[in-house]
Write a protein that binds this ligand. Structure first.
Ligand code: NAD
Ligand code: UD1
Length: 332
């Protein structure tokens, strides 16, 4: 019996594959490398000294996905594959809807055909929208402000409907807060193409001299230092949360949304300070206007994950920055 990991060559997927292999699980990975590189797979093998089957395929390619299920005994799927750039989703929404939603529909249909009815899905804290007050808990109303966020909301609804239609299905929808950091080996981490949109990859490029300064998007929020506050979570903690979610999916049916966050918020300037300490480099910054669509503060009520998975994050902001820097400086 194997676990299929879609998007396993990506940032969160590769870290989760390491944890799965280290826990002795058999995995099969499918990825089309739209936002990752084949080296990530070699590095997963180098870290774990374990092998796995890999299919280079697009989730939209139904035949290719059927072939994976025909050739392997898949009894659960961890579904990371999706496009995730918020700004890009505004300019090319149809591509986002097609890739994320059609891809998930095809995956679910093929799973059902092969009697595989367990899925752990990568949702996002973005589903809490702009009007809830943090800490966000899973019972709060959800909404979205951009096509990327809407794909997450829609997929959550699709998975709920699927579980209502067939009581054998089990789907766990993990609402990630802000994953950062990298594996301790420095071999896998986050390496976006071009100029990063997200804070940590940007700060890393300022620290290693590739970018001149960080633009801080606003210092007039109602937060302790006026800059945006987020719940940064170490990607290895996040990856471990997937093993717990998988275990939950084996022992329960129905659709379940669970936050994966630390419950603690850090401001942009807190992150800059922690990164300077971790890297020994200066991270110059310039205060600029707010970024449209940003909320002042976003952090999790992390109690449901503790209650249902017996999981909680263990790594703090210093380790997140140290591990991010190790990866960034190894992979210049
Ligand atoms: P990533 O881009 O590094 O990984 C996604 C992987 O999926 C990539 O390897 C990409 O090549 C692959 N992929 C995309 N579309 C595909 C398709 N149609 N067929 C096959 N492979 C495909 O992203 P990540 O940061 O690892 O995120 C993983 C998931 O978690 C995504 O669904 C993302 O939306 C979600 N998420 C990420 C964050 C974050 O901050 N990184 C936060 C919340 C949710
Ligand atoms: C962003 C997305 C969110 C997505 C998440 C993970 C937006 C509005 N939100 O979340 O939907 O799920 O990434 O991909 O794009 N910041 C700066 N300067 C920068 C970059 C960021 O000051 O160059 C600030 C932001 O204003 C924010 C914090 O840093 O306060 C974190 O930003 P980011 O890493 O982009 O994450 P989110 O905005 O939380």
């Amino acid at each position: 019996m194997s676990i299929l990991v879609t998007g396993g060559a990506g940032y969160i997927g590769s870290h989760t594959c390491v944890e799965l292999l280290e826990a002795g699980k058999d995995i099969v990975i499918v990825d089309n490398f739209v936002n990752s590189k084949p080296e990530a797979l070699e590095r997963i093998k180098a870290i774990t000294k374990k092998d796995f089957k890999f299919y280079e395929a697009d989730l939209i390619d139904r035949e290719a996905i059927e072939k994976i299920f025909a050739e392997n005994e898949i009894d659960a799927v961890i579904h990371f594959a999706g496009l995730k750039a918020v700004g890009e989703s505004v300019s090319i929404p149809l591509r986002y809807y097609h890739n994320n939603i059609t891809g998930t529909l095809i995956l679910c249909e093929v799973m059902a055909k092969y009697g595989c009815k367990r899925m752990v899905f990568s949702s996002s804290a973005t589903v809490y929208g702009m009007s809830n007050i943090p800490p966000y808990n899973e019972t709060m109303p959800t909404s979205a402000t951009n096509p990327y966020g809407r794909t997450k909301l829609m997929i959550e609804e699709i998975l709920k409907d699927l579980c209502i239609s067939d009581s054998e299905w089990s789907t766990v929808m993990l609402r990630y807060f802000n994953p950062i950091g990298a594996h301790k080996s420095g071999l896998i981490g986050e390496s976006p193409n071009g100029i990063p949109n997200n804070l940590l990859p940007y700060v890393a490029m300022v620290a290693n001299g590739k970018l001149k300064h960080l633009n801080v998007y606003g210092d007039d929020y109602e937060t302790p230092d006026g800059t945006g506050v987020r719940d940064y979570i170490h990607v290895v903690d996040l990856a471990k949360g997937h093993l717990k979610a998988l275990n939950y999916a084996y022992n329960n049916t129905g659709a379940k949304a669970v936050n994966l966050g630390t419950g603690h918020g850090y401001s942009v300037l807190d992150v800059v300070k922690a990164y300077e300490k971790a890297s020994g480099k200066n991270v110059p910054y310039v205060i600029g206007p707010r970024r449209p669509g940003d909320v002042a503060a976003s952090f999790a009520d992390a109690s449901e994950a503790k209650r249902v998975f017996n999981w909680e994050a263990t790594l703090g902001i210093d380790e997140m920055c140290e591990d991010s820097w190790r990866f960034a400086s190894n992979n210049q």
